[in-house]
Design a protein around this ligand. Structure first.
Ligand code: ADP
Ligand code: MG
Ligand code: MG
Length: 247
């Protein structure tokens, strides 16, 4: 699915990721942990072609294609979904229109015809009902005046409609109440069919209890310093990064 080799990434002329390597296979769920400011968001930014960061060398292969040659919208259309730590407000753009446009752009890119409007509306309504989403948010402008929780739910709505192959979640659980975290986990789990993969960043094991990771990695000094299974996240929770010598 995703293979990152010797990736070097800078933000504001600061070298953050240094010869970073990571491979995520089909169907796998990976978690990246690490102290504040170590470069976790930088990795997801590099994967989604965010304007903040600059990739100076290395390779990223996604489904056999050279990801670094694709721009942000091409990456989304190829099947990468990223939930940002702080979802942006898109002034003056109706959310329903935005959602449908995103879905149709992906379909056009993949040489499929536009989604049937009635079918699309039905799908949106069924997601809204199942995930307890305030139906006002599809009528309003994208994220404009949404609460933190509503923004994250809107991200989940986008994700469920786009059905990405690779899901990147950057601290999706921060600031969410328990019920909302459960809904996020339910949305992600509903997409996990043994083929789709997940890379998530979190500080808390509550999300990991609900979305069971296959691999847990610790990022330190620009690269992965330690990898393990779920038990590594539990050890971290107990001892902290310092306690494991990963601070
Ligand atoms: P993490 O997500 O692990 O907390 P980040 O990847 O966001 O860390 O940040 C890595 C480093 O890059 C930090 O030192 C952070 O202050 C710096 N950084 C991130 N974004 C910017 C920016 N837009 N301008 C300057 N420095 C930045
Ligand atoms: Mg941070
Ligand atoms: Mg971050």
């Amino acid at each position: 699915m995703l293979k990152i080799e010797n990736l070097n990434v800078s933000i504001a002329n600061k070298h953050i990721l240094k010869d970073f390597n990571l491979e995520i296979k089909e169907g796998e769920v990976h978690v990246l942990m690490g102290t504040n400011g170590v470069g976790k968001s930088t990795l997801v930014k590099a994967l989604s072609d965010h304007y903040d960061c600059e990739v100076s060398s290395g390779r990223i292969d996604f489904k056999g294609k050279n990801l670094l040659k694709l721009d942000a919208s091409e990456r989304a259309n190829e099947g990468i979904f990223m939930s940002f730590q702080n979802p942006v407000e898109v002034e003056g753009v109706n959310n329903m229109y935005f959602l449908k446009t995103a879905v149709n752009e992906k379909r056009a890119y993949n040489k499929e015809e536009d989604v049937n409007s009635a079918h699309f509306l039905k799908e949106v309504k069924s997601i809204i009902k199942e995930y307890n989403i305030n139906d006002e948010i599809i009528k309003r402008n994208v994220n404009e005046g949404f609460s933190g929780g509503e923004k994250k739910k809107n991200e989940m709505l986008q994700m469920l409609l786009l059905k990405p192959d690779l899901i990147l979640l950057d601290e999706i659980d921060s600031g969410l109440d328990i019920d909302a975290i459960k809904l996020v986990a339910k949305a992600v789990n509903s997409l996990l069919d043994g083929k789709r993969s997940v890379l998530m960043i979190t500080h808390y094991d509550r999300l990991l209890e609900l979305i069971k990771p296959d691999y847990v990695h610790i990022l330190k000094d620009g690269k992965i310093s330690k990898s393990g299974d779920y038990s590594l996240a539990l050890k971290l929770q107990e001892k902290g990064f310092e306690g494991l010598g990963e601070g």
